[in-house]
Design a protein around this ligand. Structure first.
Ligand SMILES: Nc1nc2c(ncn2[C@@H]2O[C@H](COP(=O)(O)OP(=O)(O)OP(=O)(O)O)[C@@H](O)[C@H]2O)c(=O)[nH]1
Ligand SMILES: [Mg+2]
Length: 290
């Protein structure tokens, strides 16, 4: 019988869109980090606790690092990501999407990973997709990593091998928290922020082109009503009037779609009836408070 004695901090690193957040959700078997087909969906480092009989892993899901940093939002997100790497880490999981060419962006992330002197696992994600594959462009990395594992975060294929390997590499240590006393595995995200993130996810999934990058989201109120309904009041803030109209949509159709998607997901996860009220506001300076 194994003892619960391992404990360590593991950062998920990779360029945008490789599947870091999908992988974290797959491991925790619950949604802790929002995902979308658009790059830089994750905007701040998300900390979530995994536990089994071997011990605890504190995962840090970082925002994907963009090569293109001329815009202020990407610059801010990149720096938040790099800040996450400056803390004490025990293992790095460097995730690659083999369906995309290497390009300068990958080199930028690799440059950061190379500077960190901790055990590293190279994870090729999206193994469910066979073509196109640029895996041979990445094989030169084999010598630099302690382990190489192919997974599919989406189909959960081989993800347990990553967990086994992490536990092999982790030191012994004290647990970070009593997991049973936590409302969710999330350590740095409260329910307001989580629901705000969910609103942002649904906005990312519905809004086109640059519009997702003009927004941030907030939740002002979560109130259980006497009739058992959960009332949620949230807002989407965008940086100009031009986008406000697009987010509201014709006769409010877009904002309604976003609110409905949030409601549906929350109704499943809370097993309650949920009422979501969303408004759209303009604040050209919201990025400054990120
Ligand atoms: N086919 C396939 N798609 C995947 C897999 N893992 C993730 N995806 C998809 O890839 C897209 C990006 O996933 P995310 O988890 O948001 O990626 P991320 O690395 O967290 O991205 P950022 O937060 O932007 O850095 C989503 O559309 C996922 O559904 C996989 O194993 N197979
Ligand atoms: Mg992410």
């Amino acid at each position: 019988m194994a003892f619960k004695n391992k404990a360590g901090i593991v950062a998920l690193v990779g360029r945008p869109n490789v599947g870091k957040s999908t992988f974290l959700n797959a491991i925790l078997k619950t949604k802790v980090s929002i995902t979308s087909p658009k790059p830089q969906t994750t905007r701040f480092a998300i900390e979530a606790l995994y536990e089994d009989e071997r011990g605890q892993i504190l995962f840090i899901d970082t925002p994907g690092i963009f090569a293109k940093i001329e815009d202020t939002l990407a610059k801010k997100i990149n720096s938040l990501s790099e800040k996450a790497f400056s803390q004490k880490l025990d293992v790095i999981v460097y995730m690659i999407d083999h369906t995309r060419k290497r390009e300068t962006e990958e080199n930028k992330v690799l440059g950061i990973v190379r500077k960190l002197s901790v055990p590293k696992i190279l994870v090729f994600n999206k193994s469910d997709i066979k073509r196109p594959s640029y895996k041979e462009q990445y094989l030169f990395l084999e010598d630099e990593f302690d382990y190489i594992i192919e997974i599919s975060a989406l189909t959960r294929s081989n993800i347990n091998r990553v967990i086994d390997t992490i536990f092999e590499l982790l030191p012994e240590g004290k647990p970070f928290a009593d997991k049973n006393s936590l409302p969710t595995p999330l350590l740095n995200v409260n329910s307001n922020t989580f629901i705000a993130e969910l609103i942002r996810e649904k906005a990312f999934l519905n809004l086109r082109k640059e519009v997702p990058y003009t927004i941030t989201t907030y939740v002002d109120e979560i109130t259980p009503r006497p009739n058992g309904t959960l009332y949620i009041k949230g807002k989407i803030i965008t940086n100009s009037d031009r986008y406000k109209g697009m987010i509201i949509g014709k006769n409010g159709s877009m904002i309604k779609e976003i609110g409905m998607a949030v409601r549906k997901e929350l109704e499943v996860s809370t097993a309650k009836k949920v009422f979501v009220e969303l408004t759209v506001e303009v604040n050209p300076h919201w990025e400054e408070s990120l």
